[in-house]
Design a protein around this ligand. Sequence first.
Ligand code: AHR
Length: 653
Amino acid sequence: MKRLLTSLLSLALLFTTHAQTKLTVFANKPVSPVSGTMWGLFFEDINFGADGGLYAELVKNRSFEFPMPLTGWKEVRQGATGKVLIENLSTRPSANQRYAHLTIDASNGAYGLSNEGFRGMGFQKGETYLFSVHARKRDGDVKMRIELVNASGQRIASKDVPALSSAWQEYKVALSCTDTAQKGRLQVLFEGKGNIDIDMLSLFPQNTWKGRPGGLRADLVQLLADMKPGFLRFPGGCIVEGRDLSNRYQWKATVGPVKDRELMVNRWNIEFRHRPAPDYYQTFGLGFYEYFQLSEDVGAEPLPIINCGMACQFNSSEVVAMEGLDPYIQDALDLIEFANGPVTSSWGKMRADMGHPAPFNLKYLGIGNEQWDTQYIERYKAFEKVLKQKHPEIKLVAAAGASPEGKMFDYAWKELRTLNADLVDEHYYQTPDWFLKNAHRYDQYDRKGPKVFAGEYAAQSKSIASAENRNTWQCALSEAAFMTGLERNADVVQMASYAPLFAHVDAWQWTPDLIWFDNLRAYGTPNYYVQKLFSTNKGTHGVPVLADGVSLSGQDSLYASSVIDTQKGEVIIKLVNASSSLKPVAIQLEGIKALRKGGNIQVLTGADKQAVNSLDQPLLVSPKEVALPVKGKTVSLSLQPLSLNVIKVPCTL
Ligand code: AHR
């Protein structure tokens, strides 16, 4: 009885008539253009985002170059004996000095190696997988067979490799799967007697993004492309910095033939004691060429971040001495040449040789990731001096540290304002409440100073870097409220990206993340749908949307921003209701010539604040389209509790 009364009371509260909020959109009074780069992507190889994620290679440690050379590999004995020995030949290029030498005694059964992949390998029934290996026969008579097996060891694909010759040679076979396996394995088996050497064992799905051999996971790239991102920031993140300078990200080591790209430890491998991943390395199969290509594919401006001579200040804080900074600056100059230089230049030629003679049209470059203090400003100035002189056309992104406020943040801004920096990168990993309270953060920012790049943000449901953080609807909604503030101030904020982007459900280090995946599936979080709604409705110009002459930025738990799209002829209004009650609103459209048909409202809401999406329920919190109730030039509607609403009104402007 008590429970019934409580439910009735809550229902009554829900339907209590709230006073209608009257809003006016001034569609003919644009405040500023919305930058084409406004909403973008932050990519970092964290949480198995590249190797084991976006980079579709299924074999872990394909060339035995991990410090423990048999990491990921196990011997397989099927009624036979044999031996594996890792040989190291220092006359080979340093990227690939090791290979496996196998002695096989399998006259009846089979002997070989199996690879476990990245927390298993995902195989899809009916799909084709492309295996390749560099091999040679040393002696004897040995036949090689490739098998894909499921978690219980049942074979779901099998193919013989043509007879091996005594010289190193690459062999390729295509395997078609008769069943699906979530956590499968690769088996490389030998029959007969003899000695063979194998190296660079690789397995890719044929179905990669754009069908590129050795390419990227199609489903993951599709999720990115669907967002129509304005830019792609890569390769991070702290990975740019390294724990110390020896494992900083060096773009030159990530271009050219894949087999010549030298493997390096991933700095996230043991960063968090609660989520160790000692088998986390970077093969750089997804390197700078592929990042530029990906940017182009999804229509995003490339935004590479380059190491500025500083290692992670949360780790070693190592810096290169100022007199040793020149090679770092040269890396930046060479990167610009790689991206934009003519094919006759040495780095431009490298780009052309890799398959892209046309320039990538680089316009932005980040100097350092999340750096702070005097040592950063000193190094930034040295980069800026050279880059602005040689490449005034490139906009530089400067760092403002790890926190969105405080002494270091203020110091960075003071210095960067004096330097007239192009863009300043602000990071906020904060509580949902902080995001709500900061929706007006940029209303008072200096209109004449550097522009803002909201380079990394995500509401933390528990606390920063806590393993208990979840991608809840409450977090996503608070980000949406904050983003209305970014959009309202599009003259100051010109780039924004949620971070991090990807996480493997069995191999993550950091949560929350925008997109989660396993070996076969992927889903967008509620935060993903918030980002997507803003990004796919970014318009061309910000216009005022006012309640009683002021912006709506938290009054009565409501948040609003509005843009027009002069190319499509649309007014787009974003409204967040962060309360638990229905909120009636009436929006008056001023300054439009005529309405056109085809408007709609995208409503994004969750059952409650804790609602999340998952691999099994990927669309639980996802936008639903409803009809647009327009009368005259007024849209009247009741905003659902805890909702983001994107109202699109086609009209003649
Ligand atoms: O997004 C995860 C990490 O958070 C980034 O690598 C770093 O820039 C920030 O501290």
